[in-house]
Design a binder for this molecule. Structure first.
Ligand SMILES: [Fe+2]
Length: 387
């Protein structure tokens, strides 16, 4: 393993930086340049100044964490930078009254700092393998397992697959799938042991650990059966017509690598996992990205009241990570994203390992199609415990 800057090594490549986090959910709708409603000029000025200072503080700290060794506990104790950020976010909360947004934003900032402190300069480790370089370049790689391993996994899960396939599919709301079963080391130790073993044998742990620069542990396995009647992917702007890029998003939490592991034959009509290669590198202002993630889980924009609450945020924080559900069909960005989206069928992959910080979606099934898969989550860990 060599230690060089993993991003610099790719700078020679030409790729398009797309300011994804900056997509405004109401792009295409009438947007005035006037102040958000209900604020005095002085309040707008204060909001803008707080946001600007916060953006600067977050960007500076993240840059520092990428190049210096800082102990992660720095950010869970009373330090000047943590207090300063809390104070700025508190100022925004005081004016907007939107504690739901600000509390989550603060948690997201702290989480991002801790994950980056855990990785630190070690995140610049490189594995000299083709699979690793593909993962680094694209944010995603197809995985193949031996026929024996695939059979062992399907045999182990056959009763569970039957149970989930024949369940009635009552969607329990945001954060769940229409038909699912979650495995923990307590309720199914055998599947945890097997997944750990086959992902190690396939080199996936090695790739993910080098990429993250810190210890990773298997922290979640969900069996999922997707059908065309599913509702789980229509959770943002759910009173609006379905978009061509519906639910294309980047994940709300930092510090994870995921895999979609197919358990049946998945064709284009069966809701294959889709990823936009290289989109994990389309970064812009870190605060804006964190605000987009925060909005993605604190405001689903499902009615006029929620959209009005969103519009009361400082303009620079009006972004949404679920961009596919808010980007108008036919806009130039939507067309570019659609053209670059890559679907992974079982012709190409038994599983797909990906950085959920890149744009992805899946499970949108046509007609009689069906997708049976595991969603597997690896998380950054502290002393063996997922963080
Ligand atoms: Fe996701």
């Amino acid at each position: 393993m060599t230690c060089i800057n993993k991003w610099n090594s790719l700078l020679a490549e030409r790729f398009e930086w797309i300011d994804v986090a900056a997509v405004h959910p109401f792009a295409g709708q009438v947007q005035s340049s006037a102040n958000p409603p209900g604020y005095s000029d002085a309040e707008v000025e204060a909001l803008n100044s707080l946001t600007e200072n916060l953006s600067h503080a977050v960007a500076t700290e993240i840059h520092k964490l990428e190049f210096e060794n800082v102990h992660y506990e720095t950010y869970v104790t009373d330090t000047p930078i943590a207090n300063f950020i809390r104070e700025l976010v508190g100022g925004i909360e005081k004016i907007t009254g939107d504690a739901k947004f600000t509390k989550r934003l603060n948690a997201e900032i702290e989480r991002e700092f801790i994950v980056r402190a855990l990785a630190g300069p070690r995140a610049q480790m490189m594995l000299d393998t083709e699979a690793y370089m593909d993962f680094l370049r694209n944010g995603v790689i197809p995985l193949r397992f031996s026929r024996k391993d695939n059979k062992e996994l399907k045999d182990l899960l056959s009763d569970d697959i039957n149970e989930v396939r024949t369940s009635n599919g009552d969607w329990q709301g945001v954060g769940t799938y229409d038909r699912e079963k979650r495995f923990t080391p307590d309720n199914n130790a055998a599947v945890h042991t097997l997944i750990n073993r086959i992902y190690r044998d396939a080199g996936a742990y090695e790739i993910a650990t080098a990429y993250m620069g810190c210890e990773l542990v298997l922290a979640g396995i969900t069996l999922q059966v997707c059908r065309s009647t599913d509702r789980h992917w229509k959770m943002t702007c759910n009173d609006q017509p379905t978009k061509q890029l519906e639910i294309l998003h980047f994940d709300p939490k930092q510090g994870m690598i995921k895999s979609i592991h197919y358990l049946n034959d998945v064709t284009l009509g069966d809701g294959p996992f889709k990823y936009i290669p290289t989109s994990h590198r389309w970064q812009d202002d870190p605060l804006r990205r964190m605000a987009a993630k925060t909005n993605g889980v604190t405001n689903y924009l499902n009615n006029e009241a929620e959209r009005a609450r969103f519009l009361r945020l400082p303009k620079a924080l009006q972004n949404c990570a679920i961009i596919g559900s808010v980007l108008p069909d036919g806009s130039s960005l939507a067309d570019r994203l659609l053209a670059r989206e890559h679907p992974y069928t079982t012709e190409e992959a038994d599983a797909v390992l990906f950085d959920p910080g890149g744009l992805h979606r899946g499970g949108i099934v046509d007609g009689d199609g069906e997708r049976v898969n595991l969603q597997i989550m690896f998380r950054a860990a502290i002393n063996g415990q997922p963080f």
